[in-house]
Design a protein around this ligand. Structure first.
Ligand code: PLP
Length: 401
């Protein structure tokens, strides 16, 4: 099918909840190809999903092998891959137990349910989250999300959610009540424009939660699984949350999400309290195990740190060169080029030059390439961004005229 044919078919039969652009049909490493065979350097990576690159041979092999052996048996039965994955995650995170589901929103639902179940006896059920955060599109997670646009038209929203300001401990203190069960935070807000929670703020939050006897929950859906250069974003700040949610990069493109709890919370969700048909299938777990093996064998945490630094350094001169480029921020391979103008036209122009990037929070270009990205690919992306910025300036003058 041509791109046009794919588009027509899509528009006829798929609900218009997205506004896709290119029709992509193949991927390898940091490259994807459209239906006409044009290739693109992919610094979107399925929005921080293809952490080990597209179609990594080891991941493909692991999925093929497991698909030919056993895909799904239901959680009425043990399967060999699920506890192996839980152990692998536990050893790299909080040392407790895990629950598996299929997406980031579902993982955050599970975190919220965990907090409510934990707090029920004390009458604690409220969750404090942050302005500009993003936690998913289910009713509970969109209510926890600190962005009005995801809530429009979905009233009445569930009760028990309160917003505070990121990096402002006073605003969190003001939001806490005797009903608060937990504070939910992204170590780096991805959808919110690559805004990091400051290390001192996270340390302060941990202290505050301890003092008040409430839980600290980290949404690691976007910034987890190696993206910041550590396994999980909270580790860059040296704090220990009570539980975390993961998804996106976890299966490298195969859908899987989950939560990992510290030992104290590991048995809060008991038999019958939470479930999902596809949670932790042998196939999804085999994919996630392969992703973790690849991250370790190929030293991708270090690569994320080194390549991230190279990318930020490459973009830094743009700040002095153009008055509408406000800054470069990020950690590891979750980075943002912050503009003072809508970022979408830069996204479109980069795409025309063969580089996929993502406009987010209106004025930020988000760059979340695979953790396998090479020096050469970083340099190519940086060159393209410089070219695009050079072509953008006259548009600004026209727009400002
Ligand atoms: N949490 C964060 C931090 C996210 O970035 C996202 C998705 O972008 C989600 C949760 C929701 O994940 P999903 O789209 O898999 O439901």
């Amino acid at each position: 099918m041509t791109s046009e044919e794919i588009k027509q078919l899509h528009e006829t039969y798929v609900m218009p909840t997205y506004a896709p652009g290119l029709a992509l049909v193949r991927g390898e490493g940091t490259r994807v190809w459209d239906a006409e065979g044009r290739d693109y350097l992919d610094f979107v990576a399925g929005i921080a999903v293809a952490g080990v690159g597209h179609c990594h041979p080891r991941l493909v092999e692991a999925i093929r092998e497991q698909a030919g052996r056993l895909m799904h048996v239901s959680n009425l039965y043990f399967n060999d891959r699920q506890p192996e994955l839980a152990r692998a995650l536990s050893l790299r995170s909080l040392g407790g137990k895990c629950f598996f589901c299929n997406s980031g929103a579902e993982a955050n639902e599970a975190l919220i349910k965990l907090a409510r179940k934990w707090g029920a006896e004390q009458g604690r059920y409220e969750v404090v989250s942050f302005r500009n955060s993003f936690h998913g599109r289910t009713l509970a997670t969109l209510t926890a999300t600190g962005q009005d646009k995801v809530k429009l038209g979905f009233d009445p929203l569930p009760e028990g959610f309160v917003l505070a300001d990121l990096n402002d401990l006073g605003s969190v203190e003001a939001a806490l009540t005797g009903r608060t069960a937990a504070v939910l935070i992204e170590a780096v807000q991805g959808e919110g424009g690559v805004q990091a929670a400051a290390a001192e703020f996270l340390a302060g939050l941990r202290r505050l939660c301890d003092e008040r006897g409430i839980l600290l929950l980290c949404d690691e859906v976007q910034c987890g699984m190696g993206r910041t250069g550590e396994w999980f974003g909270y580790q860059t700040a040296g704090i220990t949350p009570d539980a975390i949610s993961v998804a996106k990069g976890m299966g490298g493109g195969f859908p899987i999400g989950g939560i990992c709890a510290g030992p104290d919370l590991s048995d809060v969700l008991g038999v019958g309290s939470h479930a999902t048909t596809f949670g932790g299938t042998p196939l999804a777990c085999a994919a996630a195990l392969a992703v973790m093996e690849i991250i370790e064998k190929e030293n991708l945490l270090k690569n994320a740190r080194v390549m991230g630094e190279r990318l930020r350094q490459g973009m830094a001169p743009l700040v002095n060169k153009y008055d509408w480029v406000e800054g470069v921020r990020g950690q590891g391979l979750i980075n943002g080029l912050v503009l003072s103008r809508p970022a979408f036209s830069l996204q479109r122009m980069a795409e025309e030059k063969g580089l996929l990037v993502l406009a987010t929070a209106n004025t930020v270009i988000r760059l979340v390439p695979p953790l396998t990205v090479t020096e050469r690919e970083i340099d190519q992306a940086v060159r393209t961004l410089h070219e695009v910025c050079a072509e953008m300036e006259p548009i600004r003058e026209e727009a400002g005229a």
